[in-house]
Design a protein around this ligand. Structure first.
Ligand code: KIV
Length: 264
């Protein structure tokens, strides 16, 4: 079975076909996404919020990301795995960024990395690509800069901010990024960026004109009570999960479980 590659990403855009990407942080979910034919799995630093109980992605460490990227790569044979580089692992110099990015491929088993930021990251992206590390950009709402942005807000609303996003996207493309995530960007602006770029745009809260979409899997499965506006719940798993846990507790207390069928 051939793994989806970065050239397949670009070919899909050229053929006008959409790309479906979801997050995973463990082998089990990665295997299910693979079975469902999802083209790319993001081991997002949303790991921090979803799995590790942090309020933001800022505390997530490189070692935590590598641990979960390894887990995902053991569960998945077909999807392109993108490892999200956490806060301050690509900001302090190109050489360090390169070494850290390389660990996602060498140790984590990912095929690409994702970093947040625009023009200011172009030199880093270029160095990674020259070293053979495919890079996905991430613009718009960049959660690692949440304290700088002043909260989870839609980005690129003013003409000036929209122009900056366009320049950032073009700079990432020129530096060799193979795709760019557009998070919480007005749909019309995301459509404009999608038209301006040769590489695919992957939207999350960026409307349906992007070349692909990404969501946090736990959000789209309806596991969290209040996901962001841009999430569609494709399943409602929260309630059945709680019900199953309650039912289990009841049966344990009443000595109904384990019954004869579950006993030796
Ligand atoms: O960390 C993450 O999951 C992400 C996406 C939601 C784009 O960066």
């Amino acid at each position: 079975m051939k793994r989806f590659s970065i050239t397949d990403f670009i070919a899909k855009k050229q053929a006008g076909q959409k790309i479906a990407m979801l997050t995973a942080y463990d082998s089990f979910t990665a295997a299910l996404l693979d079975e469902a034919g999802i083209e790319s799995i993001l081991v997002g630093d949303s790991l921090g919020n979803v799995m590790l109980g942090y309020e933001t992605t800022v505390p997530v460490t490189l070692e935590e990301m590598l641990h979960h990227t390894k887990t995902v790569s053991r569960g998945c044979k077909r999807a392109l795995i993108v490892g999200d580089m956490p806060f301050l692992t690509y900001h302090t110099g190109v050489a360090e960024a390169l070494r850290n990015a390389g660990r996602f491929l060498q140790e984590g088993g990912a095929q690409a990395v994702k970093i947040e930021g625009g023009k200011e990251r172009a030199e880093t992206v270029r160095a990674m690509v020259e070293a053979g590390i495919p890079v996905m950009g991430h613009l718009g709402l960049t959660p690692q800069s949440i304290h700088q942005l002043g909260g989870f807000k839609v980005q690129g609303r003013s003409e000036e901010a929209a122009q900056k996003l366009l320049e950032d996207a073009l700079a990432l493309e020129a530096a060799g990024a193979f795709a760019v995530v557009l998070e919480c960007v007005p749909a019309a602006l995301a459509a404009k960026l999608t038209q301006a770029l040769r590489i695919p745009t992957i939207g999350i809260g960026g409307g349906n004109e992007c070349d692909g979409q990404v969501l946090v899997t736990h959000d789209m499965l309806g596991i969290f009570a209040k996901p962001p506006k841009f999430v569609k719940k494709f399943a409602q798993l929260r309630e059945p999960m709680i019900q199953a846990f309650q039912e289990y507790k009841k049966e344990v207390e009443a000595k109904v479980f384990p019954g004869p069928e579950q006993s030796y």
